[in-house]
Ligand binder design. Structure first.
Ligand code: THU
Length: 143
């Protein structure tokens, strides 16, 4: 999938925001902190962390927290997403988050996965969820 990368200063801002979001992760059960930062078309950055619950299935991932915050504030067009954790590996969004993100697209959305060492794996939404489900073909990624 073609990726037109965001300028480095924007990538740095997203990483900083994702790291700040990770610091607010509510993870008493898994202790697995995740931070996300979502860049909207108008340049606003929404932060999201994972929020767990004693009823484990009630947990919400960092990516969906960021998306729900943005969409509920009227934003539906996005330019980039950064996800970071405390892991040495690059942790990528779970299946539910991939479907959730794909609701808004675009397929070329840059997705930056940053590991604990600060190393970035640059992907796109299309890389993460090819052949995504949509009710109608034309509805895909709200192109
Ligand atoms: N988690 C995320 O926040 N994002 C993902 O894409 C995968 C998993 C969270 C959910 C839970 O709080 C913890 O990581 C362990 O699964």
């Amino acid at each position: 999938m073609t990726n037109s990368p965001l300028p480095q200063d924007i990538q740095d801002k997203l990483f900083k925001s994702a790291t700040a979001a990770k610091d607010t992760a509510y993870v008493p059960y898994s202790k697995f902190r995740v931070g996300a930062a979502l860049l909207t078309e108008d340049g606003t950055i929404f932060k999201g962390c994972n929020v767990e619950n004693a009823s484990y299935g009630g947990a919400i991932c960092a990516e969906r927290t960021a998306y729900v915050k943005a969409v509920s504030e009227g934003h539906t067009k996005f330019k980039g997403l950064t996800v970071t954790t405390d892991q040495d590996d690059h942790v990528s969004p779970c299946g539910i988050c991939r479907q959730f993100i794909s609701e808004f697209g675009p397929a070329s959305l840059p997705v930056y996965l940053v590991n604990a060492k600060g190393e970035t794996l640059a992907l796109t939404l299309g890389d993460l969820l090819p052949y995504s489900f949509a009710l109608e073909q034309g509805q895909k990624y709200l192109m």
